[in-house]
Ligand binder design. Structure first.
Ligand code: 5GP
Length: 114
């Protein structure tokens, strides 16, 4: 298994601002935010891309979405609105090959995305 930047963050080998953590998931502030709120919800288990998900990962993915929902409320963007995104592979803009859910908000977001 590759040692991604997120695995290093999970193991505290690299510092980050942690917004939430439990046995399965960690949520951190993105180091290069694209909006006033930009969090990353990351499973502790390294799954490289969405293509690598299997049925047994259903619970963890559901948990990631629930964590995003809870963070949106905590960070006070639940009423104004927000977006959740999984990027997959090169055309999808994925740069870290350890799945993560982006939670972005705090400004009006354009659609369609670039
Ligand atoms: P992707 O492009 O793979 O969908 O998203 C990767 C995200 O990870 C990017 O938004 C990038 O800014 C963020 N990121 C990359 N390295 C680090 C890091 O060391 N710390 C934090 N907090 N975020 C990072």
């Amino acid at each position: 298994m590759s040692n991604t930047i997120f695995q290093k963050i999970i193991k505290r080998e690299i510092p980050s601002t942690i917004l939430y953590e439990d046995n399965d998931v960690i949520a951190i502030e993105d180091i290069n935010p694209v909006s006033p709120v930009h969090a990353l919800i990351i499973p502790k288990k390294c799954i490289e891309t969405l293509n690598d998900l299997s049925e047994k990962d259903a619970t963890i993915v559901a948990k990631m979405i629930l964590v995003a929902k809870n963070l949106a409320k905590e960070l006070k963007i639940d009423q104004s609105g927000y977006r959740t995104i999984f990027n997959c592979n090169d055309d999808g803009g994925q740069t870290v090959y350890h799945i993560h859910l982006h939670l972005i908000g705090g400004r009006k977001l354009n659609w369609p995305p670039g």
